[in-house]
Write a protein of this length. Sequence first.
Length: 202
Amino acid sequence: MLRSRFLWQVWTVLGVTLLFSTLVFGFLVATQVERDALLRTEQTLHNQAGLLTETLLPVLDSGQPLDMDELNRLTPGTIARLTLIAGDGVVLADNRKPATAMDNHSNRPEVIAARSARYGIEQRYSDTLQQRMFYLALQIQSKQGSQGYLRLALPLTTLEDQMAALNWRIALSALTSGLVLLVIGYFLAYRITRPITEMTAS
């Protein structure tokens, strides 16, 4: 049985096919899980931005920078990074850094996207926080006609760590499943090739 060249050829084809299918399935699962997690993050930030809009519209109307302590008092319990940006890109408030020390944000990708699509999202590295962040900027307008953007952001570190752990578990499961399938594939290949091998031998 072990010396049958045809058996090994069939087993190799079955084994490669089974391993490839397992790895592709694992990749697709990990990709879908990551996509779902990012979508939930986007929905959470969008909902939170909508709830905070009314609170921050008076600050937008005033056009004056708001210090961090006052901003935190107005928005208690806000875990995400919060930035209020005037229509011309001037930062009016931020809960991680003094607004007066921040650059003009009119060229930020999420702000540019929000100008034409109501809100914009972006994943990129934050020089202020020194980590990758998921940004969502919502275009807002007060009854007085003041226009601006309310931007929220959450770190991607936790999600990336979770995805790395998930990818490791998927890879381990794929390897284990692949080995089991290889054994099963060997016996299947043996059953397929055995009649042919016996006919050839006779």
